[in-house]
Design a protein around this ligand. Structure first.
Ligand code: MF3
Ligand code: CO
Ligand code: CO
Length: 273
């Protein structure tokens, strides 16, 4: 029951894996258009990770206890799907929203991130959900520094999302990440300030809030993986992998195509030169 602190050389390896994971999302961006299937996106991502990046898609065959092996190289969660959606042959259509979650293993280290994409022209409601969820993730990220607690992150995300009129999924959380896909700690996206584990420089974990337009309750589909909202309301999620630095945080899953941080994060950013 320990949270691993990464050494300088391990952090360097994580920077590489995480940048590659973000670059897969960059690569997919122009393909996310009406008519494309999520299976086509899976193929593009798989080929890039294996042939260009020299990595391994961490989700392909991933099988935690009690689950069937995940059959694809990315997760694609459309509209009321919350997370862990399995790519399929249905074309995306104008107005859909889709989360694409990419985890690559590079030289033994995992980089894990996801973004929302609006297919064609989205509704005001869909775009607002995606935007607020992005800002909710960053509300959590800016809390990260040595001495802060995990409850500070969860509280910041929850209060922001609920003030916007949305609900926070409780059953899934962020996680430590490194040589293993899912390590300690669990990073809840709700909670009370000043509670739970104290953050220390060298910790690396994901922050990946799932925010529903309606009620927070979820259910699992018969495929053993796909999670959907019980009320079939839209759901959004964004994910970054974050390092606790001596002075604050460094977002590791960044690349040329990453959306810029919100204004409230710009001044707080404690990334290295
Ligand atoms: N990438 C997801 C996460 O952020 C986990 C996906 S596991 C899978 O933790 F098997 F569904 F792909
Ligand atoms: Co994750
Ligand atoms: Co992920």
């Amino acid at each position: 029951m320990t949270i691993l602190l990464k050494t300088a050389s391990e952090v360097e390896a994580m920077r590489t894996a995480c940048r590659l994971a973000s670059e897969v999302l960059d690569l997919l961006t122009p393909f996310v258009k009406p008519g494309v299937t999520t299976l086509e996106l899976d193929r593009i991502a798989h080929d890039h990770m294996t042939r260009v990046q020299g990595g391994v898609p961490a989700t392909l065959g991933y099988q935690p206890p009690g689950y069937p092996p995940f059959p694809a190289s990315i997760c694609t969660s459309v509209n009321h799907q919350v997370c862990h959606g399995i790519p399929n042959e249905r074309p995306l259509k104008n107005g859909d929203i889709v989360n694409i979650d990419v985890t690559i293993i590079k030289d033994g280290w995992h980089g894990d991130n996801s973004r929302m994409y609006v297919v064609g022209e989205g509704s005001i409601a869909a775009k607002r959900l995606c935007q607020i969820t992005y800002e909710a993730m960053w509300k959590g990220i800016v809390k990260v520094r040595p001495g802060a607690r995990l409850g500070d992150i969860g509280h910041a995300i929850q209060t922001f999302a609920e003030a916007a009129g949305y609900s926070v999924v409780r059953e899934f959380c962020g996680h430590g990440v490194g040589r293993k896909f899912h390590e300690e700690p669990q990073v809840l996206h709700y909670g009370r300030p000043g509670t739970l584990e104290e953050l220390k420089a060298g910790m690396i974990f994901t922050i990946e809030p799932m925010i529903n337009l309606g009620r927070r309750e979820i259910r699992e589909l018969g495929d053993g993986w796909t999670i959907v909202t019980r009320d079939r309301s839209l759901s959004a999620q964004w994910e970054h992998t974050v390092l606790v630095t001596e002075t604050g945080y460094e977002v590791l899953t960044l690349s040329a195509g990453s959306p810029p941080p919100p204004a409230f994060a710009q001044g707080a950013v404690a990334t290295p030169a």
